[in-house]
Ligand binder design. Structure first.
Ligand SMILES: C[S@@+](CC[C@H](N)C(=O)[O-])C[C@H]1O[C@@H](n2cnc3c(N)ncnc32)[C@H](O)[C@@H]1O
Length: 339
């Protein structure tokens, strides 16, 4: 086991033992919580595991040693997961719960599914995990409604921390599962998260489907899932992190490529499950640009199109690329090759 994986495993085992709970909020919410904590010197430093590995507050060596045992602290420090700056220690990652221990989920492992992802605030190549991930995974549970048989091959394209791929590998343990992402940091944390979840996922650095082995492409993929970036960049504005920038077509560029390029690699009975966001124009609130584009693609059949969140990333509305947008609607689209 690689050094980093050993350190993360020891950390997560400890966090499970102390019943750690941190559900990752939006960057906007995390920023507000931290601002509030920083407004009083008595609350600005980490006092417990949630503060340190969730809210990413700094603290003294003595305080970290109250949060994790000495050997876990040393291995995290050695692996660069904890850093020292101005006599204060800080975590370079966050750990989020997927299943809340208190919530009966019908899953015997439900108390211990933690994901490691980037710290707050996000940098250009931050590894995403957030509100979208939770919604995406819940929606993926409905895949079975559209599958004729258990999939032999599954691809999570734009996999980030690996949540979609890992969830699918847990659901279909006999399938070959690949996680694809452009960001090498995402791939290495994906490997850690798959190890922590006890599943096998092969992660590849890939521009969308480029790195899929030819043999797999030729035999056809049974299930392609994706929660890609879908935020529209503002011309001349601050560059978005890789995880957010959805490219051309007002942020729908990557989503459209995922569907168009899937037609050539999805198996005859296979499906594509795309989770993405659509900017709804204030002047025409009934217009959904993605739905119109999908109807325009020959060779695909739209099996399902549902609103999963009517108003995601509301902090973007009314400015930059979203100046004339009234909301960002998150949708789930299930597609199949037209016969
Ligand atoms: C919004 S994040 C979602 C991550 C993950 N699917 C989830 O649900 O948490 C989008 C991911 O797409 C990746 N990405 C962006 N452009 C890509 C491309 N052309 N090919 C592959 N991955 C890409 C980013 O690096 C990022 O990890």
């Amino acid at each position: 086991m690689a050094e980093n994986t050993k350190a993360y495993t020891a950390l997560v085992e400890h966090l499970a033992k102390v019943k750690y709970a941190f559900v990752c909020p939006s960057p906007e919410t995390q920023g507000r919580v931290i601002e509030k904590r920083n407004s009083a010197s008595s609350s600005a430093e980490a006092k417990n595991a949630q503060d340190f590995f969730g809210w990413n507050l700094p603290c003294t060596r003595e305080a970290v040693l109250n949060i994790v045992p000495g050997h876990v602290f040393e291995s995290l420090l050695h692996a660069g997961v904890i850093t020292l700056n101005n006599n204060k220690y800080r975590s370079t990652i966050r750990v989020s719960d997927f299943y809340l221990p208190q919530v009966p989920y019908g899953d015997p492992d439900s108390s211990s599914l933690f994901y490691v992802h980037s710290s707050f605030p996000a940098v250009a190549d931050a590894v995403f995990f957030g509100p979208d991930t939770y919604l995406f995974i819940s929606w993926l549970q409905t895949a079975v409604r559209h599958l004729f048989h258990a999939p032999n091959s599954i691809i999570d394209v734009c996999c980030g921390s690996g949540a979609g791929a890992i969830h699918m590998a847990r659901t279909y343990p006999n399938a070959q599962v690949l996680g694809l992402d452009l960001n090498s940091r995402a791939l290495s944390l994906g490997g850690v998260n798959a190890h922590l979840a006890g599943v096998k996922v092969d992660f590849h650095e890939s521009n969308l489907y480029a790195a899929i082995p030819q043999a797999l492409k030729s035999s056809g993929i049974d299930l392609i899932v994706s929660n890609p970036p879908y935020i529209a960049a503002t011309t001349g504005g601050i560059a978005l992190p890789i995880y957010a920038d959805g490219g051309a077509e007002s942020g729908l560029g990557i989503s459209m490529r995922i569907v168009e390029e899937a037609i050539d690699i999805v198996s005859a009975t296979g499906i594509v499950m795309l989770y993405t966001g659509v900017a709804i124009p204030a002047a025409d609130p009934a217009y959904d640009a993605l739905l119109e584009k999908l109807h325009g693609i020959k060779g695909i059949e739209l099996l399902e199109y549902i609103i999963l969140h009517p108003d995601m990333w509301s902090e973007e509305i009314g400015k930059g690329a979203y100046a004339d947008v009234c909301r960002i609607q998150v949708v789930g689209a299930v597609l199949r090759r037209r016969k």
